[in-house]
Design a protein around this ligand. Structure first.
Ligand code: UFG
Length: 320
């Protein structure tokens, strides 16, 4: 298929682009490089630098595309509470421009990066797709708005779309990994402690109602996430918007992850308990039953150790 990947110079978009190229698809990446890196665009993909608002229509009118995988977004919960307007513009206005360009150019399928943050604080875990959506920050709210936009676009204009609601994405795919200027994610931060770039790992709260008092999350390997995108691309049905949660279905606490980092790297990770981080739910674990049943998705690397090992290999290769 001829595919457009928005945000393909970022972490997840870059890994998915790599997988799509390996599967024989023809890929164009559109990215404004606001957080991505031009040298993260995998070899073999065409690259256009620009925002969705400025460039999506021009790119999609140049060739007949079979589908779009839409990753381009702002994705920091903390920043979204301080600068919500950035989230409404990039995530909502940008996605609207993309959908309009897709409609104008009769692009039939879309796979969208949605997020567990659309659910907010859950009443029950594991979280199923029919759970109430009550986002607790502008990031989650902006992604939920896009999901709603896509549903109406599918109903009114026949788009075939699938949203994947990611839980905690981790790991690396060979040369493609996490390279955020502002790093907030647990595994890369713990690896910075291992490589001596941070003195200690701060545990954001140890008084949550969980067995060890630290937050529990559902980690999914970025390669498994890429598999899900390929399955989704082949499963879209015109006029339908389906939503699938994407996690490994198991919960790991912050202390479990730190222990995995120690085990895999063989290095000590000194920790210190810090205050809770605002907006962190105690437990977020996905039910991925729906995507397993409907699309046959099975995570191939479900353990945190495998995710840490791949992220560590990526970090070491970068350091060299
Ligand atoms: N944590 C620490 N110390 C750190 C970094 C993180 O204790 O230095 C803890 C956090 O408090 C949290 C857990 O580790 O309990 C995971 O934190 P991350 O920042 O790695 O991930 P989040 O669960 O906050 O966020 C992820 C995605 C978001 C998405 C959210 C959906 O990064 O984009 O899942 O739930 F919105």
């Amino acid at each position: 298929m001829r595919l457009l990947v928005t945000g393909g110079a970022g972490y997840i978009g870059g890994v998915v682009t790599l997988h799509l190229l390996k599967a024989g698809h023809e890929v164009t990446v559109l990215d404004d490089l606001s957080t991505g890196h031009a040298d993260s665009v995998p070899d073999g993909a065409a690259f256009v630098e620009g925002t969705l608002e400025d460039a999506a229509a021009a790119v999609l009118s140049r060739d007949q595309y079979d589908g779009v995988l839409h990753f381009a977004a702002k994705a920091l919960v903390g920043e979204s509470t301080q600068h919500p307007e950035r989230y409404w513009r990039t995530n909502v206005v940008g996605s609207l421009a993309l959908l309009e360009a897709m409609r104008a150019n009769a692009v039939p399928r879309l796979v969208f990066s949605s997020t567990a943050a659309t659910y907010g604080e859950p009443d029950e875990v594991p979280i199923v797709e029919t759970a109430p959506t009550r986002p607790t920050n502008p990031y989650g709210a902006s992604k939920l708005a896009v999901d709603m936009m896509i549903t109406s676009e599918a109903q009114a204009h026949g788009l075939g779309a699938i949203s994947l609601r990611y839980f905690n994405v981790a790991g690396a795919s060979g040369p493609q990994g996490e390279r955020h200027a502002t790093e907030t994610h647990i595994i890369p931060i713990a690896l910075q402690v291992v490589s001596g770039r941070r003195p200690t790992f701060g545990i954001f709260g140890d008084d949550y109602p969980t067995p060890d008092g630290t937050c529990i999350r559902d980690y999914v390997h970025v390669d498994d996430l890429a598999d899900a995108h390929q399955l989704a691309l082949d499963a879209t049905v015109p006029g339908e918007h389906r939503i699938y949660n994407l996690g490994s279905g198991a919960g790991f606490s912050v202390l479990d992850v730190v222990e995995a980092v120690r085990r895999v790297t063989g290095h000590p990770v000194p920790t210190e308990v810090q205050p809770r981080r605002g907006g962190d739910p105690a437990v977020l674990v996905a039910s991925s039953a729906r995507i397993r049943e409907d699309l046959g998705w099975v995570p191939r690397k479900p353990t945190v150790d495998e995710m840490v090992a791949d992220a560590w290999a990526f970090e070491q290769a970068r350091a060299r």
